[in-house]
Design a binder for this molecule. Structure first.
Ligand code: ASP
Length: 414
């Protein structure tokens, strides 16, 4: 009889308690802070999803954060796996509910449900805060510090040469071209102003001509860059494709160590991606990180998955997606053991995930967690009033293609 002790214990036995492994990654699984500041349990997209699945499929769960904080890849010189995949394989977990990507290698050892989120690999970059950098020294932006430094050294050296010529040449007056006046003479040439000095000897005329030519190039370069710097918007990037990223050396880039993103570049046969992998592998200090939040903080350009990237740009105005590139099409799925034990749950969970997708529940859950922070809302509205488009914080971020650099291999891009 319902309510009786016998019924309760029978019911208990029938209810399955699943051991769930997951990873602390925002906004999927985050520590829950109560209003009084104490931390109690976890919250996030995956927790909500898990609760909904548990409710609909009638199971209970015991949540554990994966001990080594890894997603899962084969251990070196061993058949064992680390991370959440390892936990499933050694029986410590029944399922993994986390932002874990389906890959061919993982599929060889575990099963996956249909994906609950779609994604591809994208580039996230930290952009400078405009307000913080605009200053009295902004006029120096058009040229790099090195160019300024070498121009100053060049000016002093040329002034010294002109003074020396004036001392040695009988046609020049050393009083007129002393070091101070020579310097003034060169500055006037540089700034297209008259200095009132005129050199007479061939040697100083040759030196002056060389200086004029140099000043012509420098001023042309400065003027050209000045217009570009003044109209620079937050979305103008030093590179716009993976090809360009691999070819430049100025910006460091990285990904999660051992994650599917890293493995994608590690095992790719395409030159562009191989080059990116070599650069990441040989970077010192290491450009690999443990999690997305570490990557966002530490690495200048972070190669990460578009679903997580969309979240990061909603949280920080200084983060921008580079070039709207989404490489490949993949998904986050629930991982389960292979074989009979897993397949029963795989079917149930897949059906339920499809149902959530069709009914818009998944979208609702996502909208709940991918909300813009107050700070980003403010700066996005500031940008739109300034006539600029938002820096990528929109939930329905468009997935555009950037296939030009992969010589027609459009299966690589969405
Ligand atoms: N979600 C990825 C994984 O499953 C982590 C990453 O590489 O971004 O390994």
């Amino acid at each position: 009889m319902p309510g009786s002790h016998a019924f309760e214990s029978l019911h208990e036995q029938q209810r399955k308690v699943l051991k769930v492994t997951t990873i602390a990654e925002r906004p999927y699984v985050m520590e829950k802070t109560l209003p009084d500041g104490t931390i109690e349990g976890y919250e996030g997209f995956c927790i909500d999803l898990l609760d909904k699945l548990a409710l609909h499929l009638g199971f209970e769960y015991e949540l554990n954060i994966v001990r080594d904080a890894k997603y899962g890849r084969p251990k070196a010189n061993s058949t064992e796996w680390d991370g959440m995949i390892g936990e499933i394989l050694n029986g410590n977990a029944d399922i993994a509910v986390a932002p874990i990507t389906v890959t061919a290698r993982r599929l060889e050892v575990v099963d996956f449900t249909d994906p609950f989120l779609q994604l591809g690999i994208s580039m996230l970059m930290r952009t400078p805060d405009k307000k913080a950098t605009a200053s009295i020294t902004s006029f120096m932006w058009p040229l790099s510090p090195r160019v300024w430094m070498f121009s100053a050294i060049g000016t002093f050296l040329t002034a010294f040469v002109i003074t020396l010529i004036a001392v040695l040449s009988p046609r020049e007056s050393p009083e007129q071209f002393n070091i101070k006046n020579s310097f003034w003479y060169l500055m006037c040439i540089l700034l297209r102003a008259g200095s009132g000095f005129n050199c007479q000897s061939s040697a100083s005329r040759i030196a002056s001509s060389v200086w004029w030519t140099f000043s012509l190039v420098l001023i042309a370069q400065y003027t050209a860059n000045f217009a570009a710097v003044l109209t620079v918007d937050r979305k103008s990037m030093p590179f716009n494709s993976f090809e360009e990223l691999g070819n430049q050396t100025e910006y460091s880039f990285g990904s999660i160590y051992g994650g599917s993103t890293m493995q994608f570049f590690q095992y790719s046969r395409l030159e562009t991606f191989k080059r990116i992998w070599e650069r990441m592998e040989n970077a010192t200090p290491s450009s690999f990180v443990e999690s997305n939040d570490q990557g966002v903080e530490r690495v200048y350009v972070f190669l990460m998955e578009s679903a997580s990237l969309e979240y990061e740009v909603t949280q920080n105005c200084n983060l921008t997606r580079v070039g709207n590139i989404v490489l490949g099409s993949n998904g986050y799925s629930i991982a389960l053991p292979k074989g009979m034990k897993g397949s029963r749950w795989r079917e149930k969970l897949t059906r339920q995930i499809l149902d959530f997708n069709e009914k818009g529940i998944m979208m609702m859950l996502k909208n709940n967690w991918w909300k813009s922070s107050e700070q980003t809302e403010e700066c996005q509205s500031a940008q739109s009033t300034g006539g600029e488009e938002g820096s990528g914080g929109a939930l329905d971020s468009r997935i555009l293609s950037d296939c030009s650099s992969y010589s027609g291999q459009d299966w690589l891009c969405l």
